[in-house]
Design a protein around this ligand. Sequence first.
Ligand code: GUN
Length: 297
Amino acid sequence: MSATIIDGKAFAATVRGKVSDHVAALKEQHGITPGLAVVLVGEDPASQVYVRSKGKLTVEVGMNSYEHKLDADTSEADLLALIDRLNTDPAVHGILVQLPLPGHLNSDLVINSIDPSKDVDGFHISNVGLLGTGQKSMVPCTPLGCLMMLRDHHGSLSGLDAVVLGRSNIVGKPMAQLLLGDSCTVTIAHSRTKDLPDVVRRADIVVAAVGRPQMVPGDWIKPGATVIDVGINRIEKPEGGTRLVGDVDYAGAAEVAGAITPVPGGVGPMTIACLLANTLTACCRANGLPEPDGLTA
Ligand code: GUN
């Protein structure tokens, strides 16, 4: 069997197109422009790349982008004061503090100081609790992107066996909650899971989010299963140079899976598309307007 490739790049472009259309209608009908504030503390090169790309795509869909670049030695008090200003700024509908933060800053404290209704990352403890209890919340972008692709591919996910590899707060745990919300039977597997290959072999849906290059071989995949690979790992090529690979052995898994996301071009592009979708959702909620269809959990 040769798997269907789930094209995250194309899907993300479609999501951004829907966001863009909705933003245009908000402007025309209500004179409202959604605004996303991104806060970057320090000069981590990967974070700088992400933030630049977020800013560019935010403007492309017609939203306002507010970038706040702070020195690496910014005090916690100064960062909290900025978040406080953004919390009360009516032009700002979404706030994202780029992680990781420099070591002297308490990430939990900082994230939990964001107004939950503007927490477009879905990391605030209130949003985590709302998602866990099946209530309307802001949903973390990467798992939301995975859910959108799964729904698009399967239609209903009801009754399917899903295995989430990885138990991070950013991907694994919220992904499991979302799959449970769509009536999957969910297993969260991790580094201490016994008989991991057999656990994965039972899954109709595998979401791999462990950050270990190609750790899932093709023979762990049940024939016909859907594989969502969240990993983005840079490895050395035998001939020199580097390349990006996922947490799944793509070539091996693609021979048995029913559908699979590639790396790059799978989950990655969906994350920023969902950040923009979340910003639009936050803006609609803040203004008491209907939420866009198909862009929320
Ligand atoms: N750093 C890497 N990914 C993310 C993300 O999704 N949100 C934030 N805030 N920081 C990140």
